[in-house]
Write a protein that binds this ligand. Structure first.
Ligand SMILES: O=C(O)CCC(=O)C(=O)O
Ligand SMILES: [Fe+2]
Length: 276
């Protein structure tokens, strides 16, 4: 059954810019996702496996498996997973408005990430950047967020594992964090979001998820433990959004999906041209 965001979750999301959903996916779902990653994790930057693309920003952020929703049912299910799909509809908002014209939501990026020792992603985002993608607004009892992420832990993430680091409430901050510039993501430089004043490193069990508005200032701690950290990230926005990267869902995927899922992955069912 689809979970509904509770009153306390809405309060905390507004207050802090994030909530943690414990046991968002089951141990079986975690296992099934990991089995797929086992087969894909040797992809090199720029290589394809089916419709999944190996990708890296050029630094030490680890491997992104872009378009992971193409890899089979376990990741396909995450498109409208009952543990968070209603949260996304509530927090992206726009029901009954132009924002819903083409569908309930739109996923502009989806990927799994595998990160090993010494790897991290530098601090980024935050309200002071002022960009539309990171818009956060609550008005007349409704949320209107341009981008809300679900970040699902596929391995346990504790101290030394390279947990996601957030600056709570920074989606409302008016002042750039004074340590932001020096810690900001730079090519080939592993930064230390975890050392920033006021930061909070999120520890999760495998299957837990961090739901956060992308305007929250965030990054990750550097992994110091052996082994690897695995997560999946699906980003949701309004139906008129567009793909972050030049990937498009395959026709095979679109054929497999339910109508509801298809609208979230590709809001325009039919492309209008003079010939049709
Ligand atoms: O790796 C993480 O913990 C955060 C990932 C992230 O923020 C991103 O890929 O934009
Ligand atoms: Fe991010």
């Amino acid at each position: 059954m689809k979970k509904k965001p509770s009153a306390i979750e809405k309060y905390l999301f507004d207050l802090n810019g994030y909530i943690i959903i414990k046991k968002a996916i089951s141990p079986k779902e975690v296992k099934d996702c990991n089995k797929i990653i086992d087969d894909l994790k040797n992809l090199k930057n720029g290589e394809w496996n089916g419709y999944v693309h190996g990708h890296n920003y050029g630094g030490k952020e680890g491997l992104n498996l872009q378009q992971i929703y193409e890899s089979g049912k376990p990741f396909e299910k995450l498109i409208d997973h009952p543990s968070w799909i209603n949260h996304m509809q509530e927090f992206v908002g726009g029901k009954g408005t132009f924002d819903h014209q083409h569908g309930p939501l739109f996923i502009d990026e989806n990927f799994a990430n595998v990160r090993g020792p010494g790897e991290a992603i530098g601090i980024h985002s935050g309200n002071p950047e002022g960009i539309q993608r990171n818009h956060y607004r609550y008005q007349d009892g409704k949320f209107h967020c341009s981008q809300v992420n679900i970040l699902i832990a596929l391995t346990k993430i504790g101290p030394g594992d390279g947990g996601t680091v957030i600056i709570p409430s920074s989606h409302k901050s008016n002042i750039q964090h004074p340590e932001y510039q020096e810690n900001k993501m730079k090519k080939n430089k592993v930064t230390s979001a975890e050392n920033m004043t006021g930061s909070f490193e999120v520890y999760l069990d495998a299957g837990d998820a961090l739901l956060f508005v992308d305007s929250l200032c965030h990054g990750s701690a550097k992994r110091t433990n052996k082994g690897e950290r695995r997560i999946a990230v699906y980003r949701y926005g309004p139906s008129w959004g567009f793909f972050r990267h030049p990937y498009r869902p395959s026709s095979e995927l679109l054929d497999r999906l339910t109508n509801f899922q298809r609208k979230i992955v590709m809001p325009h069912e039919k492309i209008l041209t003079p010939s049709n």
